[in-house]
Design a protein around this ligand. Sequence first.
Ligand SMILES: Nc1ncnc2c1ncn2[C@@H]1O[C@H](COP(=O)(O)OS(=O)(=O)O)[C@@H](OP(=O)(O)O)[C@H]1O
Ligand SMILES: Nc1ncnc2c1ncn2[C@@H]1O[C@H](COP(=O)(O)OP(=O)(O)O)[C@@H](O)[C@H]1O
Length: 210
Amino acid sequence: MKTSSARETKPHKSSNITWSNSIVTREERCALNKHGSCALWLTGLSGSGKSTIAFAIEKELYRHHINSYVLDGDNIRHGLNRDLAFTEEDRAENIRRIGEVSKLFVDAGMVVIAAFISPNEGDRATVKELFLPHDFIEIYIKCSLEECERRDPKGLYRQARNGSIPNFTGISAPYDVPVNPAITIDTEQLSVEQAVQLVLDYLKLRHDIA
Ligand SMILES: Nc1ncnc2c1ncn2[C@@H]1O[C@H](COP(=O)(O)OS(=O)(=O)O)[C@@H](OP(=O)(O)O)[C@H]1O
Ligand SMILES: Nc1ncnc2c1ncn2[C@@H]1O[C@H](COP(=O)(O)OP(=O)(O)O)[C@@H](O)[C@H]1O
């Protein structure tokens, strides 16, 4: 396991700044929404099924009148994180920023679904520390490299294998398998519907969401 973490990558540069408290609390926002808030953090190889499952969870939560929003790696890299590439440092910064954005969503009273490869255990642990323990739910989207490569939905593995994409996770860049995820979804064994049900069942245990 590598030792770098998102926090080490970006030190706090600002000085002379204070914190302004809002008058409306998270609890009041949740009361207005009629449900609690949390972060579902999906991690896994490219092609493992993160986006597919994230959007399916969002749809199911919507059906249950639960306000949720997907932050998806590819999409976020078109905007907020368009300045970042796939070096170890840029991935750490990518994950740090998404951790902070996810924290804002949770404070806003929503269920945020973050779907990022987030390959580094240290970076994921740093994000986890931003949250109260039960507000951060790490979900390992498990799928063998062989199957991800067979699916190759965007043709990226083929390009990584022929050398036209450097630092490709699983091929030429590492992926740290989560040590103790709250939920493991093996997409070689479970359908998308079963995966969504697993997450919804987990959320039911909290009593305030699903
Ligand atoms: N070098 C390299 N390695 C891995 N992935 C790559 C790379 N280059 C481009 N892509 C595409 O970027 C998507 C992953 O972005 P993430 O922000 O989730 O990556 S990371 O968490 O910062 O590692 C990933 O999307 P998913 O397939 O949905 O995981 C790819 O489409
Ligand atoms: N059980 C499953 N769960 C999720 N995706 C699956 C499953 N079985 C097959 N797939 C397919 O695998 C691919 C996963 O792609 P995607 O969701 O973009 O993954 P990621 O976001 O991890 O790169 C899709 O083409 C999807 O249809």
